[in-house]
Design a protein around this ligand. Structure first.
Ligand SMILES: [Zn+2]
Length: 105
């Protein structure tokens, strides 16, 4: 997997970190920083969990770039996080079963 890609023309990069990324946010294991174009992923999680986190953070970036941060409700709300969690799990299941390698490396 490449660690750089574009969302709405903006180059984002994946940053792998060991351990919880933001303890203030319920022990977040991923983070999307749209101001610096960074997606952070905790590499202490199982590989399949890292893939789901990657998709989750991409969905946050897509929401920010294309939906004024309102995809599935207001960003940061419990409803928003739950919907993005569900969609990232669904995408992981479909894409991985289609043989698409989502391994974060
Ligand atoms: Zn989230």
């Amino acid at each position: 997997m490449k660690r750089r890609f574009r969302i709405a023309g903006h180059e984002y990069r994946v940053i792998l970190t060991k351990g919880i990324i933001d303890p203030d946010k319920r022990g977040a294991i991923g983070q999307c920083k749209n101001n610096t174009h960074e997606l952070k992923i905790d590499t202490t999680q199982e590989p399949s969990e890292q893939s789901v986190v990657f998709l989750h953070e991409i969905l946050h970036a897509i929401s920010f770039r294309y939906f004024f941060n309102t995809l599935f409700g207001e960003a940061g709300t419990t409803e928003n996080e739950e919907m993005i969690d569900r969609l990232s799990e669904a995408l992981y299941q479909v894409l991985s079963s289609a043989g698409i390698d989502l391994t974060v490396t």
